[in-house]
Write a protein that binds this ligand. Structure first.
Ligand SMILES: [Mn+2]
Length: 336
């Protein structure tokens, strides 16, 4: 393990640095990565952000987005950068399986590995860890890392603030989840003072839907929403054919599960989607209902208590039925 002073002295001279984040990056993954990127380039480091896969169009406006390398587009260049890096920052994930094939490349690299994350049960692959499950976003921890660990708050600027605000906003449900504590609001205020245009960021992320996305959402709500009042649970499940029919792109399915959760009295919502290789599940819950437990126990996944995901090798119909049969076990908690 590295100490913070060893890490600080390492960062005192220009290094080859890779920042990577989980596959199918979301607002926090990209916001924390590009926020740290904007900080590190100021110090004169040679920095690359490498994502395992592509990510939604509504994150492409983030500062320095054009410098991001997508592993699946440029595997050889990505592998060379990882092998050559002196430091690899791993943001918003804590097991190497979350970054697909990049994971084994990172493991094999001689670089110092720095984990900045807020997910449960970190794997032991890192040399320095800034980890806190109570943080609402990895972006919050990047803020804390720069300002309180490296004591380099003077280097904060508008680009960093914009990226970190995006990460905190998206992972905290626009500052409304219980994880959005008064401390998080204070960081938000600080980021606004540094130049983050909160109204514009919100608009670019949330009021930026394609026509396809909105029509697909309409289809899900009108035709696919299933309410199980006996379990206070709502399910939306969609087939491959429907994804094709609506021309659904990366990111278009994001957040649809939250509409199911917004129905009055619903404690648990599932969005079940048939992908080419697997059936994927995305669960959301309210209060202390452990969505992550269901994902971990039955669907080879995990996540946070109120937001978790998993996958199944069964077909869509069987996966939906399996999910429904599991609800009996949780009936008391669901009806609380
Ligand atoms: Mn996150």
């Amino acid at each position: 393990m590295l100490s913070i002073s060893e890490l600080k002295s390492l960062l005192a001279t220009p290094q080859k640095i890779v920042i990577t984040t989980h596959h199918k990056p979301d607002g926090d993954a990209m916001g924390s990565s590009l926020g740290l990127y904007a900080y590190l380039i100021q110090l004169g480091h040679h920095v690359k952000v490498i994502t395992p896969t592509d990510y939604p169009y509504f994150l492409h406006w983030l500062p320095n987005n054009s410098d991001v390398i997508i592993y699946t587009d440029q595997p050889d260049q990505s592998a060379a950068l990882v092998a050559d890096a002196a430091i690899i920052f791993c943001l918003d994930f804590n097991t190497l399986s979350r970054i697909n094939e990049l994971g084994e490349l990172v493991r094999a690299s001689d670089a110092y590995k720095i984990m900045i994350d807020h997910h449960l049960e970190p794997e032991d692959f890192d040399d320095y860890r800034h980890w806190n499950i109570n943080a609402c976003a990895a972006a919050q921890l990047v803020y804390d890392f720069i300002v309180n660990e490296l004591k380099d708050g003077a280097m904060m600027n508008k680009d960093i603030a914009t990226c970190l605000y995006t990460g905190i906003m998206t992972d905290s449900g626009s500052f409304r989840f219980p994880s959005a504590t008064s401390a998080v609001y204070r960081i938000g205020a600080e980021l606004i003072d540094l130049g983050a245009e909160h109204w514009k960021i919100h608009q670019l992320v949330y009021d930026n839907a394609t026509e396809n996305r909105l029509r697909f959402l309409g289809h899900c709500l009108s035709n696919k929403l299933e309410i199980l009042r006996e379990f206070n649970t709502a399910i939306i499940s969609v087939t491959k054919e429907e994804l094709r029919e609506y021309n659904v792109a990366t990111g278009d399915t994001e957040g649809i599960v939250n509409y199911a959760l917004s129905v009055n009295g619903i404690r648990l919502a599932a969005f079940i989607i048939e992908r080419t290789d697997k059936v994927k599940l995305s669960l959301r819950s309210t209060g202390d209902f452990p969505a992550n437990e269901i994902c971990k126990k039955y669907f080879n996944g995990g996540g946070h208590r109120n937001a978790a995901g998993g996958a199944s090798d069964k077909n869509l119909e069987d996966t939906r039925n399996e999910f429904k049969s599991i609800l009996t076990e949780y009936k008391t908690q669901l009806l609380q």
